[in-house]
Design a protein around this ligand. Structure first.
Ligand code: SUD
Ligand code: ADP
Length: 284
């Protein structure tokens, strides 16, 4: 290990505890009201700062690094461009979160890269500036930079910190890919949930406006959600495909995980209002 190696930067998953679609903007994007909470199940990134502006990414999953569109490299390049930074980095990604499952892993990796390199390069951008850069990479990046559970409006960039309870979750991963773009293009997607104030939303039953449609288009999602609903209040996160059930105690969630048919994968993790990324940054 050398002094320039900085290890164990977490990139947590998020859940959308509710997700309402309030309308469609002229540019085609949808106006949302959603509640984000982190879960203590993370990708991990290690960084080695180098004194030239090269960026290299290694990963335990070959497919992740092969893609030059990788959000980690995009995030690092954007930070270099915004700050004129002449330093670079060698980055190692330990990918543990399923990709494209509505858990926000790619956005979280991007946020962790921005926060960590801003610290390690000494570029000193305030987190509001990092969030603006993050938003150009993905709608969910700002909430991961914000680092606190948040109610979000717009396309997800207007954030108000909130403190929902921190239950244990059993998250199930249906083996099907759900395209976010396809969900938002679907004619049957309900788009007219009225905008409500935060107090009303927090005290009303929580729902995901994409869930009925995604369950109809992807029987695997319907089957997995149906199974989980036998044991706990459960919903889909984001545009799917992952679903989560909520439990008061860790052992209750683990007992249900133990009953999971071999054909479905899942994990148990605690909800967290303070992001593990924020806690890691505080150690610097
Ligand atoms: C809806 C959420 C809730 O967390 O879904 P998940 O991705 O987590 O499942 C996110 O905000 C998703 O944000 P993000 O993941 O950045 O979306 P993108 O991949 O950029 O979106 C793919 C496509 O979906 C459509 N799209 C996306 C977000 C939005 N608010 N309105 C849209 O209409 C756009 O056509 C866009 O080109
Ligand atoms: N570092 C990354 N990790 C995961 N996905 C990435 C990454 N960089 C780019 N992507 C792309 O982003 C897409 C969305 O990934 P992810 O954030 O995990 O899902 P979701 O938006 O459904 O929560 C992936 O299908 C992949 O093509």
């Amino acid at each position: 290990m050398t002094a320039s190696l900085s290890l164990g930067w977490p990139a947590p998953a998020k859940l959308n505890l509710f997700l309402h679609i309030n309308g469609r903007r002229p540019d085609g994007y949808h106006e949302l009201q959603t509640l984000f909470q982190f879960v203590e199940h993370c990708d991990y990134l290690d960084f080695k700062v180098v004194n030239k502006p090269t960026l290299t990414l290694h990963s335990n999953l070959a497919g992740v690094v092969a893609d030059s569109d990788n959000l980690i490299l995009k995030a690092a390049k954007s930070l270099q461009a915004h700050t004129n930074c002449q330093q670079g980095a060698e980055i190692w990604l330990d990918k543990r979160l399923p990709m494209g499952g509505g858990l926000g892993g790619g956005s979280s990796d991007a946020a962790t890269t921005l926060v960590a390199l801003n610290q390690l390069w000494g570029t000193g951008l305030p987190s509001g500036e990092l969030a603006k850069i993050g938003l150009t990479l993905g709608a969910d990046v700002p909430v991961f930079i914000n680092g606190f559970s948040a109610f979000a409006e717009g396309v997800g960039e207007k954030l108000i910190n909130v403190e929902p309870t921190e239950p244990w979750y059993l998250v199930l991963i249906p083996q099907v890919h759900v395209s976010t773009a396809e969900v938002f293009q679907d004619a049957e997607l309900p788009r007219n949930t009225p905008k409500l104030d935060l107090g009303t939303l927090m005290s009303s039953p929580w729902q995901n406006d994409c869930q009925t449609l995604v369950a109809k288009r992807h029987p695997q999602v319907a089957k997995t959600l149906g199974w989980l609903l036998e044991y706990a209040p459960s919903r889909m996160t984001g545009t799917g495909a992952c679903v989560f059930g909520q439990f008061e105690q860790e052992h209750e969630a683990k007992d249900v995980l133990a009953k999971l048919p071999a054909s479905i994968q899942g994990f148990v993790a605690k909800g967290a209002n303070i992001s593990p990324l924020t806690l890691r940054l505080a150690q610097c």
